[in-house]
Design a protein around this ligand. Structure first.
Ligand SMILES: Cc1cc2nc3c(=O)[nH]c(=O)nc-3n(C[C@H](O)[C@H](O)[C@H](O)COP(=O)(O)OP(=O)(O)OC[C@H]3O[C@@H](n4cnc5c(N)ncnc54)[C@H](O)[C@@H]3O)c2cc1C
Length: 325
């Protein structure tokens, strides 16, 4: 058995926040299991990222430095992770429940016929097994699950766990060769557009979201200003995305992003179960709605009954004054 493996997501050698969180979870799990932590670091030019994995507590690094990993493609990463896991038999494979992490977890689980416990918000170790707590029924209930035997593949929800602290660790990665050559891959990444300066929804500590109550694309402006003044991200309900008022990237909910910020401010959002599925694990929820019977008030920690076009600018002005912006 070769312990707890963590798949690292990074861009230009900077770790995704979820991978630091996964490393923190891995260290705790590995300590309880008495097993080492191994980081899987794949990319094109990844020496610094491999060094960071040691720095944040990995005891071993399995690295693959190859052009096929310049951007994530599951058909390149999947076969390599599955082959390494089949050969070396780790107890656990941890990944972020990001788009790529879910894709890769499913590939490896299907290839190895291994159990997959997805989208965890809490993790305990009991009897040599990891017990994962995950929201079910659109977040209305929490369920504890574990993988009965063999490799335990686990994905973790973003911002549900603290990030690993730097340990100052160092080491030499073990470099492995890719299994699939570039010309054998069926997909090609033609470009990558970076949303520089835009706070990512899944990493955001604060999210201000707008729903159909904003009335049109321009109605998002006060919500955007509130998000900006708080250094947060802009979210949206599906109704507004379907109406073409805002791009899909901003959608929160069952068919959008799952978020767990410290503060979620929902304006003009009724609080349909599918929207709640994406945001109900937020630590503090504030709802602004002119309908006192809107279901979102059943979930909110703080509710303001009123017109968002009056309430949101007033909040923004107050935050600006208090934050000296
Ligand atoms: C399979 C499936 C998947 C889905 N996935 C998602 C998903 O991922 N995310 C998602 O959000 N939805 C999803 N939905 C849609 C969901 O069911 C709702 O239709 C949607 O969330 C409603 O969006 P809304 O709250 O913006 O609009 P509405 O339900 O129309 O609510 C608008 C609210 O704005 C309030 N309002 C209006 N004017 C103002 C004002 N001036 N000031 C203050 N309040 C005002 C109203 O009182 C109302 O409560 C999904 C549905 C299905 C069937």
């Amino acid at each position: 058995m070769s312990g707890v493996w963590v798949w690292i997501e990074h861009r230009e050698q900077q770790f995704a926040a979820i991978s630091l969180e996964a490393l923190g979870v891995a260290r705790k799990a590995a300590e309880a299991l008495g097993a080492p932590v191994t980081a899987l670091v794949f990319g094109d030019g990844v020496e610094d990222a491999a060094a960071s994995a040691f720095e944040y507590g990995a005891e071993r690094v399995l690295g693959c430095d190859d052009e096929t990993f310049a951007s994530f493609r599951v058909e390149a990463a999947g076969p390599l992770v599955a082959a390494l896991a089949a050969e070396r038999e780790p107890d656990v494979l941890l990944l972020g429940a990001s788009t790529n992490g879910r894709d890769l977890a499913a590939w490896v689980a299907a290839t190895l016929d291994a159990g997959l416990a997805a989208d965890g918000i809490d993790l305990k170790v009991a009897g040599g097994k990891l017990l994962l707590t995950r929201p079910v029924y659109a977040g209305k209930l929490l369920s504890d699950v574990h993988v009965k035997e063999g490799l335990q593949i686990i994905t973790l929800r973003s911002r549900a766990f603290p990030a690993a602290d730097a340990t100052g660790g160092r080491g030499e990665p073990e470099w492995v060769a890719p299994l699939v050559a570039e010309d054998e891959l069926k997909t090609k990444v033609v470009s990558f557009e970076s949303s520089v300066g835009v706070v990512s929804l899944t990493d955001a500590r604060i999210i201000a979201s707008g729903g159909r109550g904003v009335g049109g694309p321009e109605g998002f402006e006060p919500i955007r200003e509130l998000a900006d003044v708080l250094g947060g991200a802009l979210g949206a309900s599906r109704a507004t995305v379907d109406a073409g008022w805002i791009p899909y990237d901003h959608q929160v909910g069952q068919t959008g992003k799952t978020v767990s910020p410290d503060l979620y401010i929902a304006s003009g959002i009724s609080g349909a179960i599918q929207h709640q599925a994406g945001m109900r694990t937020s630590k503090v929820i504030v709802a602004i709605n002119k309908d006192p019977d809107a279901p979102i008030f059943g979930l909110a920690h703080y509710g303001i009954v009123g017109d968002l076009f009056k309430v949101v600018p007033a909040l923004t002005a107050e935050f600006k004054a208090r934050l000296g912006k």
